[in-house]
Design a protein around this ligand. Structure first.
Ligand code: FMN
Length: 214
């Protein structure tokens, strides 16, 4: 495969600081506002610029735009989401989700996944073990989407549905699945993220020794 140099497209001009500090999980997507192919290309170009071990570039992205296929995939996503909750927490229905939990929003995404304007599957060549060389690309994709005003959220599936997902998209067995990302313009406003301060998550010189700004 030929490798090419690329310039950053002019539309990707949000500062990297703003993109990093405002990027967040957007689960309410506007089903009526399409994302253009040109913008999707920018997002995927940004993904392709990420680092990978030995510049091996194993990440591959499968873009799904067809309404019926997204609907069908949405049903598998819904099944997978509840299978994860059952395995991790023993939940079987919405009544089990504590009020105010992030799982409330996530379960709504599970209900609405099939309405997303675009779904991107992050895959990789070379079987398992390559996640380290895929997630930098995924993060670039999320940040580029943010810079273009496109909402996204990194989501995962469950072994229960994988065979059907592979069959649905004709994905060969040796290709590894990592995550799926619905994309679309946000529906309504979204606030800032809430994260641990770096003074709590950073050790300085020795494990658990505080950084100078703590
Ligand atoms: C590895 C990983 C898996 C995730 N899986 C899901 C998922 O299956 N469903 C979902 O709605 N969100 C999922 N998320 C999104 C997280 O819930 C979200 O990034 C986190 O709660 C922070 O949200 P915020 O950026 O809006 O504050 C996942 C995120 C990561 C990094």
């Amino acid at each position: 495969m030929e490798m090419i140099r690329m310039e950053a497209p002019g539309e990707l001009d949000m500062s990297i600081g703003e993109a990093m500090f405002t990027q967040r999980a957007i689960r309410r997507l506007d089903p009526h506002r399409p994302v253009s192919d040109a913008r999707l290309k920018m997002v995927l170009d940004a993904a392709s610029k990420a680092p990978s071990g030995g510049n091996s570039q194993p990440a591959r992205f499968l873009v799904v735009r067809d309404r019926d296929r997204i609907r069908e995939f949405g049903r598998l996503y819904h099944e997978a989401w509840w299978a994860k909750r059952r395995d991790e927490l023993g939940w079987t229905g919405k009544a089990d989700i504590p009020p105010g939990s992030v799982y409330r929003m996530a379960s709504r995404l599970a209900d609405e996944f099939g309405d997303a304007p675009v779904v991107v599957l992050a895959l990789s060549l070379g079987g398992g073990g390559t996640a380290h060389s895929v997630f930098p690309s995924v993060q670039n994709l999320l940040l580029a989407a943010r810079a273009l005003g496109i909402g996204s959220v990194l989501t995962t599936l469950h072994p229960q549905v994988m065979e059907r997902v592979y069959a649905m998209f004709g994905i060969p067995a040796e290709v590894a699945f990592h995550c799926c990302i619905p994309l679309g313009y946000p529906r309504g406003d979204f606030g800032p993220t809430s994260r641990f301060p770096s003074s709590e998550t950073t050790s300085w010189e020795r494990w658990n020794a505080k950084p100078p700004w703590a």
